[in-house]
Design a protein around this ligand. Structure first.
Ligand SMILES: Nc1ncnc2c1ncn2[C@@H]1O[C@H](COP(=O)(O)OP(=O)(O)OP(=O)(O)O)[C@@H](O)[C@H]1O
Length: 343
């Protein structure tokens, strides 16, 4: 455990920055809410925890801490115990779980396991206190994480949805948004340099996780090898990349809203109006078809297939049809494009 030595500040420019951000977004972490904070013990989640402890009185939240022990190395149980002691010394309820061997063998399965465990804890907290349900899970993701994720998604190949990564707030369960638990990332406006500074100024302990330097994890290589090169070529690029992710997020949300409006206008009794669709540029037609399939509950299609349908319903093309997976079929007549589903 590495502890910094400067005197503790009950209020600082960091507190003010987060406080004002929360005042400007009152739905993000509403006053009096019950918050479950995911704390790895690293600098980002410790900075988040430290700031929230100090802001707690102003916002009336109740705070609980959860730590996931991935069981990746020998010190992991020690980190969990020391973090528990620190939380209890700060009057915070602390919960932790240890992954079974093989349960979290890569970044994706580890994340999935953490979010499952966190959801179970919110359910338990809510059933223990139904008048004060716990609907918010908080993580310490920063603008640096956001920049890394955008670069990784870009390299893997992503569309607008994939590039507008790391929203400030999203349902924790993508498969089941009805679970009604939100994943909130209050520190997206702070960089990793900021969280290091916050930990130092607030004398917060940091537990260094050896897994963070494991080059088998692609994120670590982007963090340690790719971004330093980009930063040396174009100083400040991480912040600009993170800002782009935020703008793409807005573009994506706007695109969704505009697509829904357009689909409502194009809808007729038996599907979509083909003549109106055919007037649009092919890329706009393809985008609308993708949203239409999604809205209708049909399986999503590979981009190539979507483009094929889009071409086929263009001006002057003959009627046709295409069978999709799971009993769905798109067919286009002279005046309409329709979707059918057979069990
Ligand atoms: N083992 C864990 N237990 C609880 N929460 C975790 C754990 N690992 C990650 N998280 C949560 O997910 C966030 C992002 O995870 P990531 O692995 O990118 O974190 P990190 O860079 O190790 O961050 P930190 O500096 O907080 O450890 C963390 O800030 C934390 O809120």
């Amino acid at each position: 455990m590495a502890s910094s030595s400067s005197a503790q500040l009950p209020w600082s420019a960091w507190h003010a920055r987060l406080h004002h951000k929360l005042l400007a977004n009152p739905d993000l972490l509403p006053a009096e809410a019950s918050l479950l904070i995911a704390v790895s013990g690293g600098q980002d989640s410790m900075a988040l925890l430290g700031l929230l402890i100090d802001l707690q009185r102003k916002h009336g939240w109740s705070l609980e801490v959860w730590h996931g022990d991935h069981n990746w190395h020998q010190q992991s149980a020690t980190i969990a115990t020391e973090l528990k002691d620190w939380c209890e010394a700060h009057n915070l309820s602390f919960w932790s779980d240890q992954a079974k061997p093989g349960q979290t063998n890569n970044e994706a399965t580890a994340r999935h396991w953490r979010y499952e465990q966190l959801t179970l804890h919110t359910e338990r907290l809510s059933s223990n206190n139904p008048n004060h349900p716990c609907r918010y899970v908080l993580t310490g993701h920063t603008s640096s994480d956001r920049a890394e994720t955008l670069l990784l998604n870009l390299a893997r190949g992503a569309d607008l949805a994939g590039l507008s990564s790391m929203r400030q707030c999203r349902p924790i369960s993508k498969d089941n948004p009805r679970k009604n638990v939100q994943l909130i990332r209050p520190l997206l406006g702070f960089s990793r340099e900021d969280t290091a500074q916050i930990c130092s100024e607030l004398s917060l302990p940091i537990w260094l996780d050896p897994a963070n330097s494991n080059p088998d994890f692609s994120r670590n290589r982007v963090r340690q090898e790719v971004l330093p090169v980009l930063e040396s070529l174009h100083p400040g690029c991480s912040l600009r990349i993170a800002a782009l992710a935020e703008r793409l997020n807005h573009h994506h949300a706007d695109q969704q809203a505009i697509a829904m409006l357009a689909l409502n206008n194009l809808s007729k009794q038996n599907g979509l109006c083909r003549q109106d669709l055919a007037q649009l540029p092919i890329t706009a037609r393809t985008t609308l078809l993708a949203y239409w399939l999604k809205r209708s509950g049909a399986p999503s299609l590979p981009a190539v297939q979507l483009e094929q349908i889009s071409q086929s319903i263009g001006p002057g093309k003959p009627p046709g049809s295409l069978h999709l997976a799971q009993g769905w079929k798109v067919q286009w007549q002279r005046n309409s494009v329709q979707l059918e589903h057979h069990d």
